[in-house]
Design a protein around this ligand. Structure first.
Ligand code: FES
Length: 190
């Protein structure tokens, strides 16, 4: 089924399916038969894909439609109705900008714009190298720290536009250190 779907794509669309996504799609092909082929299973199937893989790859929607024998429009309609679903893979460093009332009042929107500019992606997108994804979220429950941003698992408090660059630099430095550590470990294991 997957190869047929890939063959139906144009060259640009096919090129957008990288190895990581291809492996996820393969896994979904294997997971689908566990669900009865009924339209009533649409939501549980989408939830399961989202939970296991962190997002709904575009081709997965076609595969789900064909599994439960419905139209892609119906699957897409359900997937877009619920805001629990993502259509882009989560970045290795997911950034969530809180836009609940307290954070909004204290400049959350400006922070989001700053992250968009710095990362050159829009809210809801993932960078091409999958390092970063950017999302707006509702109140994360630490209004006293507003405006707050969640970077990976860590809550950054009282974030100002000038702190945006520092947050990204910290991630880059950590990445570089991890890469160096890896090289050292590889050398030690040789
Ligand atoms: S509004 Fe942002 S933490 Fe509550």
């Amino acid at each position: 089924m997957l190869d047929q779907l890939l063959a139906a794509l144009n060259a640009t669309e096919r090129a957008a399916v990288d190895e990581e996504e291809y492996n996820i799609l393969q896994a979904i092909v294997e997971e689908l038969p566990a669900f009865p082929a009924e339209v009533s299973q649409l939501l549980p199937i989408l939830q399961s894909i989202q939970k296991k893989h962190g997002y709904l790859p575009r081709l997965a929607l076609n595969m789900v439609a064909s599994h439960v024998r419905t139209t892609i429009a119906k699957v897409y309609g359900i997937a877009t109705f619920y805001n629990q679903f993502r259509f882009n893979p989560p970045g290795r460093n997911p950034i969530k900008v809180c836009l609940g009332t307290a954070c909004h009042v204290k400049g959350g929107e400006i922070l989001l714009e700053n992250f968009e500019r710095r990362l050159e992606i829009k809210e809801g997108e993932t960078s091409a190298d999958r390092e970063y994804s950017l999302e707006r979220v509702a109140c994360i429950g630490c209004c006293a720290l507003a405006p707050a941003v969640v970077v990976g698992e860590k809550v950054e408090a009282y974030v100002t536009p000038s702190k945006v660059e520092g947050i990204i630099t910290e991630i880059e430095v950590r990445k570089e250190m991890a890469a160096r550590e890896q090289v050292k470990n590889d050398a030690a294991n040789e």
